[in-house]
Write a protein of this length. Structure first.
Lengths: 335, 542
């Protein structure tokens, strides 16, 4: 329990630093928010009025407290551009991106863990060279390029999968509770929607995950190789344990932690990289939202996106750390 | 040689028959073990002796397909009358043999799976051998039985614990339990006690021998410790550079029939001249202590540092006089090395006083610190790690000279280096070479030359022999003795080896759990020990 508490406090501290950074970010942006908010034709008096309304005349520390207080109530401010509350935008834009990242992560895990384990077991064989070649190519291909090629070949020429959007045209009126179409499809018992959404996810998710899979594969392989060299593997062999038993019961649980740590961080990085595939596959999402906000100098929206991506990053790492703690019996024992 | 005896033994009594066996490594096809032939008889304890790199492990593991990087070249191996290797090709796979062979490996810290309860690890072996489900009561009770057989206290609770809750010795007992659990015919123990403390070593070897004798098990015991094999094995094979030089019965040993190398191994440290400098010691009585420590305390804040032993020190009082040789004896974790790092001021104690030539070390001025650092020199355990691989020997030695004696001209520095190298038994040509071109013993000589280069008052040697082979140990010990005879320097010699202390040290301090438990003249302490711990250390020696 002590560890859980410690880890939780650490996350809170990180969150505090994150909000401080996002707050300062909005401060260093040139231009007076009050002038912008008041509009081009406002007089000096109106600007002053707005300034005190927005709390801009107060000391910085006090402004920060107000900012944190608003955040706590879920108030991320209004977009300068659409004049909509940013929270509403995010509630709309975040689920499609998270859905994409989760599917990409699943692809990543399903490929890199078993392949890394096998190539470590058959280290220095032709199979291993092949896997390493794949990893090298995967790590070298830019995400947007993979996305374009896959879209063109598999979606365009072979017409195996849809090339854009979240759902096919006939489901354009579909609405769910959560915004995660896969989840909504299941909740509402609409399996047709579920599969349609999944079809639309495969290409973007694969494009997004390739680079991360290559990295995850290399890290898993390295970690597993060093496990295979340990004497307990030899001892298991002398016990007459079968190879699959050695690989999955002995080596895997001991070699997985370094990869899990990396996967935790990759989750956050992936969310940051969604823009590359969202643009190409015409999907709504936080990546595209962020780019739009940046090009329109919509500072509040940009800051909100930074904050949200940061929080997702923190959460993913928290989950991984807790998972590692639970998986590691030695950790459990230490308390 | 025991060849005459071998002929009298019928084929059925041979469990392992090795003929003309050669094996190399995958990447380099050249054989490292060459044309080895021997037989192991049922029920005997067969020792394999040799220095590190002699091919002992490669030989024993590769026969059963347990050496990942090995490449079979030639030879036939039969196990219990069945050919397992025919003309350099494995005909019976490892998995088929695994149940009939038990293994005990060198490092108990890595030979158990760290994330599985130890009871389950033994249970797995029972399951794989007898098919009893790991969760069944039968399996569990067999595990309990084995745990108590190998001397693990409280089997029920121990079952639920993880490897890192046990000490090295206890873990090795668990590995023995795993090996015994499958009722093997042959037990292979590869340096089973090398990673353990001296006092644990003997208990583990006794346990292996005792259990095997009781079960009528054949044991192949691989070790570099010749005294250990002499005391336990029925026959010993001596290996050097991948060849078996001699096979003999240690109880009927006739030294003159043996290979000269085997003799060196056997004589080991016996022939090293005992160092003594009685005349000098009388002078010391009147002089002031070089080093004086009072009530030194050292504790570590981080728990991590204490894993695997309590390295903290408490209540250390000691004096070292000019020109005397003082031994620090104790097991790993007893605080010997921590004490050495305080003496060399590499770490700072939490309390107590430390004076050098009557002056407080902690209030030294900058120039005094420099003088102190040149007066106190250190020789480390690992001659591989303590020399920078990118510096040739000239650079490595002149580095210290440049710092501590900057006025020396280039020519006289050069002469000095040659003199130092000759002093340690090398010659001037060594100067241009790099560390990797030397053997472990030669590197330790270079490390000593480097330490001596600045004319120190006191040399602190932290286990300088323990990473060297037996025959090399004797040479380096000889070197220390001759250096001490020729030069007037004091020495602190940290060791776990009582024999070494006997040869070299005038006085010893016995350390246990960070405290000095006994001190005095070497002979006096070792002949009539007053503390239990000292007795334990002495008894552990073979």
């Amino acid at each position: 329990m002590h560890y859980f508490f410690q880890r939780f406090v650490f996350s809170l501290l990180s969150l505090f630093i994150l909000t401080l950074i996002t707050f300062l970010l909005s401060q260093v942006v040139p231009g007076d928010p009050a002038i912008v908010a008041a509009g081009p034709n406002a007089g000096a008096e109106k600007i002053e009025l707005l300034r005190s309304e927005m709390g801009l005349d107060k000391p910085l520390t006090q402004q920060f407290l107000i900012y944190v207080g608003k955040l706590a109530q879920g108030d991320l401010g209004k977009s300068w551009f659409t004049h909509q509350p940013i929270l509403e935008d995010l509630i709309r834009e975040l689920p499609p991106s998270l859905e994409l990242v989760i599917i990409a992560m699943v692809i990543n895990l399903v490929i890199s863990l078993p392949l890394g384990l096998c190539s470590a077991r058959y280290n220095d064989t032709r199979f291993d060279s092949l896997v390493r070649l794949f990893a090298m190519i995967g790590a070298g291909l830019p995400i947007f390029w993979t996305a374009l090629i896959l879209q063109n070949v598999i979606g365009g020429e072979l017409q195996l999968l849809p090339i854009a959007g979240r759902l096919s045209f006939e489901y354009r009126a579909f609405e769910g509770y959560t915004g995660f179409f896969l989840l909504d499809g299941l909740i509402l018992g609409r399996l047709d929607v579920f599969f349609d959404a999944l079809k639309h996810l495969i290409l973007p998710a694969f494009s997004l995950s390739l680079l991360f899979t290559a990295v995850g594969l290399r890290i898993t392989r390295t970690a597993m190789i060093s496990e295979f060299q340990k004497d307990y593997v030899l001892l298991a062999r002398t016990k007459a344990a079968s190879e699959p038993r050695i690989m999955f019961k002995h080596v895997f649980p001991n070699g997985a932690p370094p990869s899990l740590t990396v996967f935790g961080m990759q989750f956050g990085w992936m969310l940051g990289a969604t823009v590359l595939v969202e643009e190409i596959y015409g999907r709504p999402g936080i990546g595209r939202y962020a780019v739009k906000a940046v090009t329109q100098s919509d500072i509040h929206a940009v800051v909100a996106v930074v904050l949200v991506v940061g929080i997702v990053f923190l959460l993913a790492n928290l989950v991984v750390d807790l998972l590692l703690y639970i998986l590691n019996p030695r950790g459990r024992m230490d308390k | 040689m025991a060849q005459v005896d071998e002929k009298l033994i019928s084929k059925e009594e041979i469990i392992l028959d090795v003929e003309n066996y050669s094996v190399g490594l995958k990447k380099i096809k050249k054989s490292f073990v060459e044309a080895v032939s021997f037989s192991v008889f049922k029920g005997e304890i067969f020792g394999v002796a040799g220095e590190s790199g002699s091919g002992k492990t490669l030989l024993t593991l590769s026969m059963f397909g347990l050496h990942n990087a090995s490449h079979l070249n030639t030879g036939d191996v039969s196990f219990d009358l069945n050919k397992i290797i025919q003309s350099g090709v494995r005909v019976v796979q490892t998995k088929k043999l695994a149940l009939r062979i038990g293994f005990i490996l060198q490092d108990p810290f890595s030979s158990l799976n760290p994330s599985v309860k130890i009871g389950k690890q033994i249970g797995e072996a029972i399951y794989l051998a007898q098919g009893k489900k790991p969760k069944s009561i039968e399996n569990r009770s067999l595990v309990y039985k084995l745990l108590s057989e190998v001397g693990i206290p409280d089997p029920e609770n121990s079952y639920e614990q993880y490897p890192d809750q046990f000490s090295g010795g206890m873990r090795q007992r668990i590995v023995i339990a795993i090996a015994l659990s499958q009722d093997p015919d042959l037990l292979i123990a590869d340096e089973p006690t090398t990673a353990l403390d001296a006092s644990t070593q003997r208990k583990i070897i006794d346990l292996i021998i005792d259990r095997s004798r009781q079960r009528g098990l054949t044991v192949i015991l691989v070790s570099h410790n010749i005294a250990l094999l002499q005391a336990t094995a029925d026959r010993i094979a001596v290996m050097k550079s991948g060849k078996v030089l001699d096979i003999f019965n240690p109880k009927k040993i006739k030294l003159n029939e043996l290979n000269s190398y085997t003799k060196v191994l056997f004589e080991g440290l016996k022939n090293v001249k005992k160092h003594s400098r009685t005349e000098q010691k009388q002078q010391n009585v009147s002089s002031l202590p070089l080093i004086e420590m009072k009530n030194i305390q050292k504790s570590f804040a981080s728990r991590l540092m204490q894993r695997g032993g309590n390295f903290s020190l408490s209540n250390i009082n000691l004096e070292i006089f000019p020109g005397e040789v003082v031994g620090f004896l104790g097991e790993s974790g007893s605080g010997k090395s921590t004490l050495a790092s305080i003496i060399t001021t590499l770490s700072i104690p939490n309390g107590g006083s430390y004076s050098y030539k009557g002056q407080n070390v902690f209030s030294f001025k900058k120039s005094e610190i420099k003088q102190f650092k040149s007066d106190v020199q250190m020789v480390f355990q690992d001659p591989y790690g303590s020399l920078n691989p990118r510096y040739n020997i000239r650079t490595a030695i002149s580095e210290a000279l440049l710092i501590h004696q900057p006025d020396l001209s280039k020519l006289s520095r050069e002469e000095r280096i040659i003199q130092l190298l000759t002093d340690v038994g090398l010659d001037g040509s060594a100067m241009e070479k790099f560390p990797h071109e030397f053997s472990g013993g030669q590197r330790q000589r270079i490390a000593i030359a480097r330490a001596m280069s600045v004319d120190p008052e006191i040399l602190v040697c932290d286990e300088p022999l323990s990473s060297l082979d037996v025959s090399t140990q004797a040479q380096i010990l000889d070197l220390f003795s001759s250096l001490l005879r020729r030069k007037k320097i004091a020495m602190i010699f940290i060791t776990h080896d009582i024999k070494v202390a006997q040869i070299l040290c005038d006085r010893v301090y016995i350390l246990s759990n960070g405290q000095i438990v006994e001190q005095g003249k070497t002979q006096q302490v070792l002949n009539s020990p007053r503390h239990d711990y000292t007795l334990k250390l002495i008894e552990a020696v073979y």
